[in-house]
Design a protein around this ligand. Sequence first.
Ligand SMILES: *[C@@H]1O[C@H](CO)[C@@H](O)[C@H](O)[C@H]1NC(C)=O
Ligand SMILES: *[C@@H]1O[C@H](CO)[C@@H](O)[C@H](O)[C@H]1NC(C)=O
Ligand SMILES: *[C@@H]1O[C@H](CO)[C@@H](O)[C@H](O)[C@H]1NC(C)=O
Ligand SMILES: *[C@@H]1O[C@H](CO)[C@@H](O)[C@H](O)[C@H]1NC(C)=O
Ligand SMILES: CC(=O)N[C@H]1CO[C@H](CO)[C@@H](O)[C@@H]1O
Length: 526
Amino acid sequence: MPSLYLHRFSFAFTVVTFLSLSLPFCLSAQYSSFNFTEATVDSIQAAFRSRSLTSAQLVRYYLSVIQNLNPHLRAVIEVNPDAVTQAAKADLERERYPNNRNRLHGIPILLKDIIGTADKLNTTAGSFALLGSVVSRDSGVVRRLRKVGAVILGKASMSEWAHFRSETAPNGWCARSGQGINPYVASATPCGSSSGSAIATAANLVTVTLGTETDGSILCPAAANSVVGIKPTVGLTSRSMVIPISPRQDTIGPICRTVRDAVYVLDAIVGYDVYDSKATKEAAKYIPKGGYRRFLNFDGLRSKRIGILREGFFNFSKNSVQAKVFEQHFSLMRKNGAMLIDNLQIVNTSVILDYNQSGEELATVAEFKVALNNYLSQLTSSPVRSLSDVISFNEKHKKEEKIQEYGQLIFLASESTNGINSKVRNAISNMARLSSKGIETLMKEKQLDAIVTPDATVSSILGIGGYPGISVPAGYDKKGVPFGITFGGLKGYEPRLIEIAYAFEQATKVRKPPSFKGQFQIISDL
Ligand SMILES: *[C@@H]1O[C@H](CO)[C@@H](O)[C@H](O)[C@H]1NC(C)=O
Ligand SMILES: *[C@@H]1O[C@H](CO)[C@@H](O)[C@H](O)[C@H]1NC(C)=O
Ligand SMILES: *[C@@H]1O[C@H](CO)[C@@H](O)[C@H](O)[C@H]1NC(C)=O
Ligand SMILES: *[C@@H]1O[C@H](CO)[C@@H](O)[C@H](O)[C@H]1NC(C)=O
Ligand SMILES: CC(=O)N[C@H]1CO[C@H](CO)[C@@H](O)[C@@H]1O
């Protein structure tokens, strides 16, 4: 297996042109007649059943694509040396028990590099500081994935430390794999912090992925890379053995090419976990009997009341592609039976969207230190055992960590905090008040099933209250840069958000795979 971190000390940017990236498609013949491009969980399961594809072939195919494309896209930090073995085991299980299978059985999944795995893979948040650290057990979500027979393909790159080390570090950059590249338009941001998960899904390097979100980290890269992201209600998915920012806001969710695939993944990862017991117990009441897949309803827009947050969100210039396309989407949604309530506003939106004013900054900076030190204390072994150790590590590795350029101001601010004191508690109650007077009041008064906004612009509103959201591809601008649409709701609103998102996706069919054509700005070894 090739080492995927050859690029450790190289950061120079050069512009090259890809003459041909058709290699994966030629290679496919040697594996199977299966069409791997845009493969879905259902198309793969059908191929498994008809014996035209095995999980081992699928995994070997993705490994070869990663080997070819990852030096350009930098979506993957590590591949799992045991992935083919796990896939072969799934193939054997399918031979023995042909009928008793979960949808994700034998399906390869890539995990954001903060999601812990007790195997040969490292869990590092993209940072060399955690390289060689050993988690004491699988994260809660990975335990569930293994139980249903999913194949852990590897770790996805990300904005280092979930973009919580330095505000000036670019989205999609981490020390271990360099700058992740948007596969549609190389000069466009891949957004973050679950950048690698979104890039890898978009570019067909894997079937499905997991990302995490504290404030925008699933919704934003999903929109930027023209894929689907589900940010679940906080607590629906366990955060155990996942590198944290704020247990009050952190949530794990799927990033996939289709709503259906994302919902299959969501069904596999939700539920109570003794290691994240308070939040997962509280949220377990929202999980519907029969799973979320029941809400993959073609007619899911019918009779839904959807509030358009117009001012400050859909304020695109008149002749932009977005202005036109979103109006077309709204008409189509009405035609499909949705009731759109226009020009709604959430009270104090400008306060909520400003981390500093809402209290989000003060609270998360304090919560991070406590939560990270707690995570580090649970590791079986680790080169760093505290935030203070991480800060020293970064100082010691100034050159290769780009610390002079990007710094670690958020780390330093966090280190100077002193636990969850009265100031922090005030900030937290302020956010609770903003949520209750804001989105809660609006959605209840107007009896809304969802609010709709472009891209991840709504992320702080959903973030500070622990609310769910789903981002679906909505279009491409004049340069071909993708944009998305987000449906947000109150805690536990996943069923109706899934109905809306799925029906929207099926009615619009916006997503196109990236063509990789034209100029790519890639990071060279020079
Ligand atoms: C494979 O699927 C993709 C996406 O649906 C499609 O664009 C392409 O034409 C298909 N290739 C073949 C050889 O059928
Ligand atoms: C994890 O990191 C160690 C270096 O500490 C490296 O030797 C190993 O190959 C890495 N694991 C994988 C799966 O890349
Ligand atoms: C839309 O409004 C928001 C909030 O007032 C502002 O930050 C943003 O720049 C505006 N966008 C456009 C395209 O005018
Ligand atoms: C807001 O920013 C100012 C100036 O940067 C800082 O002094 C203050 O502590 C911040 N307030 C909060 C609530 O984070
Ligand atoms: C913190 C803050 O700005 N609160 C404002 C929220 O909105 C109400 C009603 O407009 C104002 O009275 C508050 O001052």
